[in-house]
Design a binder for this molecule. Structure first.
Ligand code: SF4
Length: 436
């Protein structure tokens, strides 16, 4: 029996990249920023060994539709949903059983079911083994719904042999985020609001098994339980790995012990969702971890401990007026944030934001392929036109990823070490692939 796991990605059709060998080399150098899917090593660990497993990531042309697969499992986020459906339809046309899962199918299972034999809704650790059992017995059900949060002890150690040696694979020590930001697709999927911590020894086991010496913690935030994270970082000392992690600014602006331990454990960069420089917008979305006053302090402290900051900003909140772009630009300049992620607010299905905009008649399109925070506007903003929102965000992105800005960025990253330089090149390359 053979399973193909597919992660469609329309933003980076690998077949196009393959044609340009310089890009291929660039991806190799910057591979920490092109990590493999984390879902598949988890699903593989839960799959009996009688199944052979293959993995495909990329565009339609990257899929081998003539493979002798018995089952195809496709995971997707909203922007790739239509591509996922196209791939699913093609396999079903060839009478291969297709299962869809991930953020978008979990938010809209009835829609996904039109393109699949079964849909996995929410976390899959407990439903996937049941699905395989039913598949083997020819009794597949249309929906496999996780009815309670998966216990952290049921999150298996990663099965990494499904990927090529030296593949860059992310990790998760914790799962879930108790905050309730209105726009967040992560915390509103299934039981992701329930924060859970894996056994630290299991996480260390996964880290030791990683083939590459740089990885990204995909935890929603590693600052939700500073006590747990400090313990984890203490145990990571001496593993000789470098990593990047997501964290919230309320903790990072004040917890010097956590910053020191993270640096000593090998952290090279913290991803921070600043989201907005406007306090009213933060209140509007319920981002209770953020206060604008914390921002500069957090960035300065992280730099003091020898780590970089990747800051994410979102534009288009109901309290945003056109001057938010200028204020954000000024903050980026003063704080010297190393990498900037410029995003347009996107109402992903399954979020309270989507429901609110829908009820207010402000959704402009249901073409999921346009649900791209990095380069499209799919809703009617309050204090600016969609064109003004797009153009101002684009101008900011252009400014902070111009050639002089990138040269400065590369030069500055060298003081954080080789992996920081690789990560910086990865960020620059990633930003170049965005739709702006
Ligand atoms: S803090 Fe981050 S992960 Fe948590 S709900 Fe807000 S945006 Fe989502």
């Amino acid at each position: 029996m053979k399973i193909l796991f597919v992660k469609p990605d329309k933003s980076l059709s690998l077949s196009k990249v393959r044609k340009k060998s310089f890009k291929k080399i660039f991806i190799k150098i910057t591979d920490p920023y092109w990590p493999k899917s984390l879902a598949f090593p988890i699903l593989a660990a839960l799959t009996p060994r009688e199944y052979e497993i293959e993995v495909a990531e990329g565009g339609f042309d990257d899929i081998n539709f003539d493979g002798d697969y018995d089952l195809v499992g496709i995971t997707c986020v909203t922007i790739n949903a239509l591509l996922a459906y196209k791939i699913a339809d093609e396999f079903r046309r060839r009478r291969v059983t297709v299962v869809l899962g991930g953020y978008h199918p979990s938010a809209l299972p009835e829609e996904a079911k039109q393109h699949a034999d079964a849909v996995v809704v929410g976390e899959a650790e407990e439903t996937w083994p049941q699905l395989l059992h039913d598949f083997k017995n020819n009794s597949l059900k249309p929906f496999y719904i996780q009815r309670k949060p998966v216990d952290a002890k049921n999150i298996p150690k990663l099965r990494l042999d499904i990927y090529p040696k030296n593949a860059s694979v992310p990790l998760m020590a914790t799962r879930g985020c108790p905050y309730n930001c209105e726009f967040c697709a992560i915390s509103h999927m299934g039981f992701r609001k329930i924060f859970r911590m894996r056994k630290i020894d299991d996480v260390i086991g996964d880290i030791n098994a990683l083939p590459s010496n740089f990885f990204i913690f995909y935890d929603n935030s590693l600052t939700i339980s500073p006590k747990y994270t400090k313990e984890l970082f203490r145990k990571m000392m001496g593993l000789n790995k470098s990593f990047a992690a997501y964290g919230n600014v309320d903790v990072l602006q004040k917890d010097e012990e956590l910053l020191k331990l993270s640096s000593e454990a090998g952290c090279r960069s913290w991803f921070i969702g600043f989201d907005s420089i406007c306090e009213e917008s933060l209140n509007e979305i319920g981002k209770i971890s953020n206060k604008v006053d914390y921002y500069l302090k957090a960035v300065t402290k992280i730099h003091d401990y020898g780590m970089m900051v990747q800051g994410s900003f979102i534009f288009g909140f109901d309290h945003d007026t056109l001057d938010v772009f200028k204020k954000t630009d000024e903050f980026i300049r003063v704080s010297e944030i190393d990498h900037i992620s410029i995003n347009i607010l996107t109402p992903f299905p399954g979020t309270p934001l989507f429901r609110r905009f829908k009820s207010e008649g402000r959704i402009l399109t249901y073409d999921w392929s346009r649900y791209d925070p990095g380069g499209d506007v799919v809703f009617q903003p309050k204090h600016m036109t969609p064109e003004e929102l797009y153009q101002n965000a684009k101008d900011l992105h252009k400014k902070w990823y111009s050639t002089p800005a990138n040269v400065r960025r590369i030069f500055r990253s060298t003081k954080f070490g080789y992996n920081a330089l690789r990560a910086t090149l990865g960020v620059i390359f990633y930003e170049k692939t965005q739709n702006w």
